[in-house]
Structures are given as C-alpha cells and as structure tokens.
Ligand binder design. Structure first.
Ligand SMILES: Nc1ncnc2c1ncn2[C@@H]1O[C@H](COP(=O)(O)OP(=O)(O)OP(=O)(O)O)[C@@H](O)[C@H]1O
Length: 279
C-alpha cells in the first residue's frame, strides 16, 4: 500500500491487549513529518503501549503501524533505524561518564566507528553537556540525566524522536531546558517528535498538535488552540471570555472517570507505573 508522503507515523486501527486488558483499542493516529505531536491522556490510557508498538518493542500485526512508510511488523529493523527513543525508565548508567553512555548508544545503533567520537560529541553539545561529558552520570542532576538520555537518542541522527514523559519529575527550569534542546535539534534537523506528557502547559506551549487519548483511543485531536477554542464554543463562551485551558479540554474528553482513575492530573508520577509493573 502506498503511504502518504507527509506521514512520519501512521497507526491504523492499532490494537494491543495484555490478557483481558485492551491497552490500545483501535487507535487511528497520524503524526505529520516535522511536527511535534503530543500524545496526552490519563494513567492507563494506552500511551506507552502505543509508543512501544510504534518503536517495534511490542509486536503488532502487519499494516497497523507505519513509520515513514515502513511497516513496523514487516520491516522492524528499518523502522528501528529511523527512530530515537527515550523511555520513561532510566536508561543512563550511573557508573559511566556522560560521554561513555552516549558512546554506548552510538555502538548499539551502529554509528560508523570512524564517525562515532564526533557524533557523540555533537549529541552531547546539542544538549549542553559538553563540559560535564567526562563526569560520571551518577553525579548529574535530574535535568542533566534527562538531557543525557536525549543525547543517547540523538546520536543515531533519528528522523523520528519518541519521548515518553521526558520532563516528568523535573523542576520548571530543567523542564524548559529539556524542551529548548528538543526544539533546537528539531529546528536544525527537521526531525519529527512524538512525545507523551502529563503536563498540559508543556503540551500547549511546545506541541504543534495533540491527541487526547482515553481508553485506548484518541478522543480529540488538533492544535492546542483549536481544541481550546472548540471547547469554548461548545460551552457557549463569549468572545471576551478567557479560553478554556488544555487541561479543561482534557477533563472534558476524559470525563468523570479521570478523577477515579488518575488522581490529580498534574501530580502524576511515573513511579506509580513503575511500582505497578514491579509489584
Ligand atoms: N506489561 C503490562 N502487563 C499488563 N498490563 C499492562 C502492561 N503494560 C500496561 N498494561 C495495562 O495497559 C493499560 C495501558 O497502559 P499504558 O502504560 O499503555 O498507559 P499510559 O497511558 O502510558 O499510562 P501512564 O500515563 O500511567 O504512563 C493499563 O490498563 C495498564 O495497566
């Protein structure tokens, strides 16, 4: 099948179940080349599962997931070569220096030996870690660790960068730092970015489009301002009224189940998921 040349990611009726749990349930989603797309949703909405299908870490049937036109089921290796992935779980080794951590990824992602040192240095520079590169990662702050993981994902020069809650648990300055580095690399390379976040203010500020996911599917899709204006219109707001926030849109989409399932949206911490999986 010929895919649209504008598509970086296309999920078509993507479904993935863990036993009886339909984590992703008929997800249709297109990420356009060059955009920053935010996948939002309460805990358990299926965001990470969808991302793991896109990265080929979870197996999917043919024709459900395409990355730059490559079928994730049939051409998994080709898909992997196109993307960089920063998972929720820590992926940096505290006992290695920043440079050694990135060099490890350069080897894993098969960056040619003759280019490796330079590409590692470039990736570290892109996230402002050149000076700290030869310190052990165990001495880094939370924000520096996140930027190091970004460098690890960038060292293979991916066309698609996938980030699962890249700023969770960081202070506001460190969060801004992570986003500024993502944006700078995107501007320089034209890379496409697919990101999940629980921070509505970040999605509003940094994402070109967002998809609000709930119970395994995208329930609302658009630019942050389109979604906010749409809710204002549905509520019969006057032109002079302040626009609803993206969090209002989110609550509207996720409905009353949100409070039962997810607690206070801004307070979500990935440790809950880690505890659930480990436990
Ligand atoms: N490895 C697993 N085994 C069993 N069930 C799982 C597993 N991973 C996820 N699930 C279940 O699948 C559903 C979707 O989970 P998923 O982690 O994809 O959601 P999420 O939107 O990423 O949530 P969060 O915001 O907490 O990261 C949940 O009901 C979850 O409990």
């Amino acid at each position: 099948m010929t895919r649209d040349a504008d598509e970086a990611v296309a999920c078509t009726g993507l479904t993935y179940s863990f036993g009886e749990t339909n984590a992703v349930d008929g997800l249709d989603l297109t990420v356009v080349r060059g955009e920053v797309f935010g996948l939002l949703g309460p805990n358990g909405a299926g965001k990470t599962t969808a991302i793991r299908c896109i990265t080929t870490l979870l197996p999917v049937p043919a024709r459900m997931v395409h990355v730059f036109g490559r079928d994730a089921a049939r051409e998994a290796m080709a898909v992997r070569r196109l993307l960089g992935y920063v998972p929720q779980q820590l992926s940096a080794d505290a006992g290695l220096t920043g440079r050694e951590n990135v060099a490890l990824f350069a080897r894993v992602f098969d960056v040619h030996r003759s280019e490796r040192a330079e590409r590692v240095a470039q990736a570290l520079a892109a996230v402002d870690l050149s000076e700290a590169a030869d310190r052990l990662a165990g001495t880094y702050s939370g924000g520096m660790i996140r930027r190091l993981e970004l460098a690890q994902a960038l060292v293979s020069a991916p066309r698609l960068l996938i980030l699962d809650e890249p700023t969770i648990g960081l202070d506001p300055i460190a969060r801004t730092g992570v986003w500024e580095h993502i944006n700078a690399v995107r501007a320089a390379t034209g890379m496409t970015v697919l990101v999940t976040t629980h921070y509505m203010d970040e999605a509003d500020q940094y994402c070109d489009r967002v998809g609000l996911m709930h119970r395994g599917r995208v329930r609302a899709l658009g630019t942050p301002s389109e979604l906010r204006q749409g809710l204002g219109e549905r509520r019969g707001a006057k032109a002079t009224d302040p626009l609803p926030t993206l969090e209002d849109v989110f609550r509207d989409v996720a409905g009353s189940g949100l409070d039962d399932q997810s607690g206070e949206f801004r307070d979500v911490r990935s440790t809950r998921r880690t505890a659930r999986r480990v436990g």
